[in-house]
Ligand binder design. Structure first.
Ligand SMILES: [Zn+2]
Length: 269
């Protein structure tokens, strides 16, 4: 199998059920779609062809910004606006955004504040239509919705408060080593609700369903070495698993596919 094309974030088909998610990863490369369940346990060879194309405007760029954009797009497209990473800075509810049409579908809609286990417990915010995609992208093994806010700004205010008692960053090294000690999510959620109620924040109750996610990983490495296509232009070895947006190699090398969106590569296996 040999395929040439532009890298993009991996997508998946859920082969499990609504609450027990089993992602089967796929990678779209131009006109072909690779079924990545085929590569687990196989040796692959991935070569960067020294060309990057912006995933928004389609122009070539020497350097990639914000996981796949040329600089002009990076500072203007709604996908990289500040509120994507810091929801509390969202101003869409005041009619202010880079792209109001995008904001109407992504900021001015219900947002879930959630707790997830991805290399430890973390709090996060996601648009309602990104469940469970957001959790799979982060490599979370379990998740629960805490609250529903009616826009991104209000969800951000809740997250800012919960960041005082829970972490908000994925520990991706731990996540890739499969290091996620069990935690009682229902109890953590109860504590979170009590906490935000005391702050008088505006939210609605979310359902109490717990989600679990099983990734296609044969074995987890005991150390993690991050690959960078800018310098490691040729990557090869046995793929032992896929978790989040990472390919995990037997050697402990890991490649964040999404980070190199827009990179032209050749993959063979
Ligand atoms: Zn561009």
């Amino acid at each position: 199998m040999n395929s040439k094309g532009i890298l993009n974030k991996m997508t998946f088909v859920n082969k499990g059920s609504e609450f027990n998610i089993i992602p089967s990863y796929e990678l779209e490369m131009g006109s072909t779609k690779l079924d990545l369940s085929d590569i687990i346990g196989k040796s692959i060879n991935l070569r960067f062809l020294n060309r990057i194309t912006c995933i928004s405007c389609g122009r070539d760029t020497k350097k990639s910004y914000g996981q796949g954009y040329c600089y002009p797009c990076f500072i203007s497209v709604p996908q990289t606006e500040e509120c994507v990473f810091r929801p509390e800075l969202c101003r869409a509810h005041e009619g202010e955004a880079r792209d109001m049409k995008y904001a109407e579908q992504n900021c001015l809609v219900d947002q879930y504040v959630y707790l997830a286990l991805s290399g430890g417990l973390k709090v996060g915010v996601t648009r309602y239509h990104q469940v469970p995609i957001r959790w799979v992208d982060q490599g979370a093994v379990r998740a629960i919705k805490v609250a529903i806010a009616q826009n991104r700004y209000l969800a951000g205010l809740i997250e800012v408060e919960l960041k005082k008692i829970y972490a908000d960053k994925t520990n991706w090294r731990k996540m890739l080593m499969g290091n996620d000690p069990w935690q009682d999510l229902t109890e953590k959620k109860r504590i979170a609700i009590e906490y935000i109620e005391r702050q008088g924040l505006s939210f609605r109750m979310a359902d109490d369903n717990e989600y679990s996610i099983q990734y296609p990983v044969k074995s987890f490495p005991s150390k993690i070495i991050s690959l960078n296509l800018d310098t490691d232009t040729q990557v090869s070895g046995e793929v032992v698993g896929i978790k989040g947006q990472y390919l995990i190699f037997a050697t402990g090398h890991v490649l964040n596919i999404r980070k190199f969106s827009g990179y032209h590569v050749e993959i063979s296996y």
